[in-house]
Design a protein around this ligand. Structure first.
Ligand SMILES: CC(C)(COP(=O)(O)OP(=O)(O)OC[C@H]1O[C@@H](n2cnc3c(N)ncnc32)[C@H](O)[C@@H]1OP(=O)(O)O)[C@@H](O)C(=O)NCCC(=O)NCCS
Length: 145
């Protein structure tokens, strides 16, 4: 499988909205994606197999800390190392911008994502009670320092 990872482009947005709708109960809208393309503190990468968008992840640079969000891989492409590669490239990209500390929130029940983040060295540093809606759930706050 030939995987390409590159920065998000306007032509990716339609597929990304579909990926969001399939995987999140509070998906980002097309407008949200359009907006982040113009924010220089937002760094988002897509993973492609051929022309097909199969993964997405990014971070917002908040005072030199990368706030990672929206990590997702299409169901039929999971457990092939795509999310891990996306995050490794995302963090290397962050280093180019002086960002070497990263944080994220994850649903406490999301064992797949927690295992992914732990495999990259993230550790839990606390719980944000009731952080998520649809369904209501606590968030685990993870950091990589
Ligand atoms: C979480 C998610 C992004 C993982 O994507 P992926 O491409 O399948 O992950 P990878 O193949 O890179 O997995 C890397 C490591 O993470 C862990 N992992 C990933 N999925 C796992 C699962 N279902 N169960 C247990 N561990 C898992 C494993 O350690 C895995 O390494 P291994 O396959 O060698 O055992 C994907 O399941 C997804 O899109 N889920 C829905 C959206 C979501 O919950 N996003 C996270 C929001 S915080």
């Amino acid at each position: 499988m030939e995987l390409t990872i590159r920065r998000i482009r306007p032509c990716d947005i339609e597929a990304l909205v579909e990926l969001q709708n399939e995987n999140f109960t509070q998906p980002w809208s097309e407008h949200h994606f359009q907006d982040l393309l113009h924010k220089d503190y937002c760094h988002y990468l897509v993973a492609l197999v051929g022309e097909q968008v199969v993964g997405f992840a990014g971070f917002a640079d908040i005072c030199m800390e990368g706030n990672i969000d929206n990590v997702v891989v299409a169901k039929e492409y999971r457990r092939q190392g795509i999310a891990k590669r996306l995050l490794v490239e995302l963090m290397a990209h962050g280093a180019d911008f002086g960002v070497s500390i990263f944080t994220l929130e994850v649903r406490v029940s999301n064992q797949a994502a927690i295992a992914l983040y732990e495999s990259l060295g993230f550790v839990s540093e606390g719980i944000r009670p009731g952080f998520y809606d649809k369904p209501k759930e606590d968030a685990m706050i993870m950091w990589l320092r």
